[in-house]
Design a protein. Structure first.
Length: 233
């Protein structure tokens, strides 16, 4: 069996599950972007996913992405790269060069540094990461800080505020996980009302263990690693 075959089969199964979840919610599956989460996934397996039709990929670390994106096939036309892990300001310039979408903007300071490195002809698509766990080791904006942060970020025309992203706490029940997703959706809806100059089209929520619940609660982006690429080493 070739490398491409299992990746293609696993990707097809994930797409079937996305379509089924969308149908249960009365949604169009085409409105949901599947991002393959590729932390620790070697370039050959990413290339197999590209050959199987996947076009969006997410990396957690700037340096790991930089090494992978030196492989020309991983920058094929139409392939988009998302940063889905925490970004330090000292790596912002490289992140702007590597990624099409930054999903983890979590401070005005980081936004200003990113904006400074965006070329004049480009707007960088960003999502605000919101943390509902309250855990000190977690990154992301606290929900009560979002509105004040948005008011300052709207003054940075190089950034397109395209939506919100979250990662629920580990070990939650289905009901608790869904409640987190609903809170993010309600926050996005309130941002649409208060700040219509933002795009706010995306809700990035849901991974291998909970993406179907996320879709039923309104996710427009799901970030899936294990179900496509298998367990991490």
């Amino acid at each position: 069996m070739t490398l491409t075959t299992p990746i293609a089969a696993q990707l097809a199964r994930v797409r079937e599950r996305i379509a089924a979840a969308a149908a249960r919610a009365g949604r169009d599956p085409a409105s949901i972007t599947l991002v393959g989460a590729t932390k620790t996934v070697e370039p050959a397996r990413i290339r197999a996913a590209i050959e199987a039709g996947l076009r969006d990929f997410g990396e957690n670390y700037v340096q790991e992405a930089k090494a992978k994106l030196a492989v020309p096939e991983l920058r094929a036309p139409g392939v988009r790269w998302h940063l889905i892990g925490h970004l330090q300001t000292n790596k912002a310039k490289t992140a702007v060069e590597l990624f099409d979408i930054i999903q983890t903007l979590d401070s005005v300071r980081l936004g200003a540094v990113l904006a400074r490195h965006v070329p004049p002809a480009r707007r960088l698509e960003v999502l605000l990461e919101v943390d509902y766990t309250g855990a000190p080791e977690r990154t992301g904006l606290q929900p009560e800080a979002v509105f004040a942060t948005v008011e300052q970020l709207l003054g940075l025309p190089a950034l397109e505020l395209a939506g919100l992203m979250t990662v629920p706490a580990l070990g939650l029940s289905e009901a608790e996980t869904r409640a987190t997703f609903r809170r993010l959706r309600a926050l996005r809806d309130e941002l649409c009302r208060r700040y219509p100059e933002g795009a706010w089209r995306h809700l990035s929520m849901g991974m291998t263990d909970d993406f179907e619940w996320a879709i039923e609660e309104g996710a427009t982006i799901v970030r899936i690693g294990r179900a496509i690429f298998g367990p991490r080493p």
